[in-house]
Structures are given as C-alpha cells and as structure tokens.
Design a protein around this ligand. Structure first.
Ligand code: 2AM
Length: 171
C-alpha cells in the first residue's frame, strides 16, 4: 500500500485552498487537485507491506502533537513534475520539528526515505502548462493544526483516491 503521513485542512480552509486552485489553474492550466484531496505531506512512505502497516497504525494512534499554526503566503512550483503549490514564505520551525520528529520515529520503525530538504507545500495543480506564479494574487492563510493522519493513496485512471487509516490523538 502506498502511504503517507499528512496534515489535512479543516473544511473552511479546503474551500479557500480550492479558490486558490481555481486562480492558479486559470493562469497555469494543468490538472487541478480535487479540494477533498488537498493536504500537506509530512512524510511520504511509499509502498508499505501489511506487517509494517499494523505497527504504523498503532504508532500514529498513540501520538499526541504539540499544536501548531502554519502560515501560507507563497506560490511556488516544482519544474520537473510541473507542480504548482502554495506554502510558507518563511521557514516554519514548528512544522520542521514535527517533520524531524516523525522521521526519527519512523526510522526507529524501520522506514527510510527522509528527503534531505523538506519543502512544506500543498500541491494544487499537476502537469501545469505554464509555470508562471509571479502574477498570481497575494494571500495569507493561517492553518492551525493539531493532528496528523496516516493516508492510503490509491492511484487510478481518474487520479488518486485517499483514505485515512489512522489519526493521532488530540490533546
Ligand atoms: P507532491 O504533491 O509534491 O507530489 C501523496 O503522493 C503525497 O506524497 C503528495 O503530497 C506527494 O507530494 C508526496 N510525495 C512525496 N514524495 C513523493 C514521491 N517520491 N512520490 C510520490 N509522492 C510523494
């Protein structure tokens, strides 16, 4: 199973991110992510077999996060996969610590693959035709978060379908 650990936005933020997706698509073209799929990946785990899945679910369900708030105010793109995203203009130390703490624990559970540089982002468009984000309107969204989710990604012809398998505890 293809798995990742992510923060998922509350409904009111999903629709604001969706509005930004519409603006981005009008300018950049490409494939817009459905609002229901918008998320911030903290750890992409790749293919995970059933034996490790059980340990992972158990571990996620035992976690309680220090609550944090991520400020999004920046458009960005990844050129090779032609992704347009939103993220933070400033590094977010709480998010970085959460990412590091997750990967420390994941390494102890036998997972590898921590990226050398973590760029927190929410993918809005894939296969963009024009990677021109400079003239898109300025925005600022504060996203308070308290919980991570372990998510299963099933890729089909119509895109990815996400299912939450476990949630951390809320303090
Ligand atoms: P992306 O949006 O930048 O592609 C599910 O695929 C999530 O895991 C996405 O948020 C994706 O980021 C992220 N991810 C990180 N590394 C990945 C990889 N090597 N392959 C696919 N998805 C990856």
């Amino acid at each position: 199973m293809r798995l990742f650990i992510a923060l998922t936005p509350p409904p009111e933020l999903r629709s604001r991110f969706g509005e930004l997706s519409d603006l981005a698509q009008a300018r950049c073209g490409g494939r817009r992510m459905p609002d229901a799929n918008l998320h911030l990946t903290l750890a992409f785990l790749g293919e995970v077999g059933p034996a490790r899945l059980e340990a992972l679910v158990h571990w996620v369900e035992q976690q309680t996060l220090p609550p944090g708030c991520w400020t999004l105010d920046r458009w960005g793109c990844f050129r090779a996969p032609r992704i347009v995203w939103i993220g933070g203009g400033k590094p977010e130390p709480t998010l970085q610590r959460l990412h590091d703490r997750l990967w420390q624990a994941l390494a102890a559970l036998g997972f590898e693959g921590e990226p050398s540089r973590y760029v927190p982002h929410i993918t809005l468009l894939r296969r963009a035709e024009r990677l021109e984000t400079r003239e898109l309107p300025a925005f600022r969204i504060d996203w308070p978060y308290r919980q991570v989710e372990l998510i299963h990604s099933l890729t089909g012809p119509g895109g990815s379908r996400y299912t939450t398998l476990a949630r951390s505890r809320v303090a």
